[in-house]
Design a protein around this ligand. Sequence first.
Ligand code: SAM
Length: 351
Amino acid sequence: MFDELDQGTIDRERLDRAAPKALIDPFARAITYLRVSVTDRCDFRCVYCMSENMSFLPKADILSLEELDRLCTAFIAKGVRKLRLTGGEPLVRRGIMTLVGSLSRHLKTGALEELTVTTNGSQLKKYASELAAHGVRRINVSLDTLDADKFRAITRWGELATVLGGIEAARAAGLAVKINAVALKGVNDHEFARLAEWAHGAGMDLTFIEVMPLGEIGENRLDQYLPLSMVRAQLAERFTLEDIDYRTGGPARYVRVKETGGRLGFITPLTHNFCETCNRVRITCTGTLFMCLGQEDAADLRAPLRASGRDDLLHAAIDEAITRKPKGHDFVIDRRHKRPALGRHMSVTGG
Ligand code: SAM
């Protein structure tokens, strides 16, 4: 399997790298960032993300670890420099460390600048050291509240203590941890300052995210939606927020909190999008390529992947898809019909 790569595979990868065709979209944006959802399954059922009784994909539809590796490698040959594994919950995918270990060869060659993971933290105790050993330097952990009861109410199935233990393990393993918190009206809106003090006190960045209208969740999104302008205004009553130029290659815009010395990010897809600098595409665990998180258009990469052991069909399908990358998204929470802007859940495309 992975540790038995034969000479043919190595030659093929060399060939693919020898003639890379950079991915430039119709708006002259270079695609250098790939987010890969390695599973649609999750051990939590966050109320804004999934409904309680989600049905998941049959195994045959899901790419094997080898196929995921091949797909990522094709994108790296085409100039992708940053790869993020997400889900669903990436760390519940069986054999996930085999994939991380295998992808880490691209870090060693320098073809890949960064391999990162977005996780709910539930499995970090088990995997933090291995992630670090494979060259992962930074991870994002999603955590919306520090109140154990509220945490259970939001995640339906999660335990706060397990996640906090996971974060500790990650920090002890030397991983830089960024906390992502979705701002939820009437749920965590009294906790923003506390979250900032806690995260910054432990040397972690904190980013707030607006709820996006993705997928039917059996709840009214208007009840949850809170524009980050209000979050910022609330925090500004307590802290001095200084605009800074810091960027991680993502859509967050950062300020420094003078009192804590820490960084605070805001991801505002609804009130203010940053599509003009978008450098990313997303793949689902079935090999569907989404050129934009907020649009329906997609390309099937599983068929060309499975049709041939060579990568030419795959490369051609990727090139064609990138010509269709849209200028931007236009999320709107549909107030009249109370339906999501997009049918698919965030757990399909990965956050
Ligand atoms: N399981 C991993 C985790 O919890 O980070 C990775 C996948 S999860 C879908 C990625 C991120 O998307 C999480 O931070 C989650 O809070 C966020 N998310 C999910 N649904 C969302 C929505 N409708 N609007 C905004 N953020 C959402």
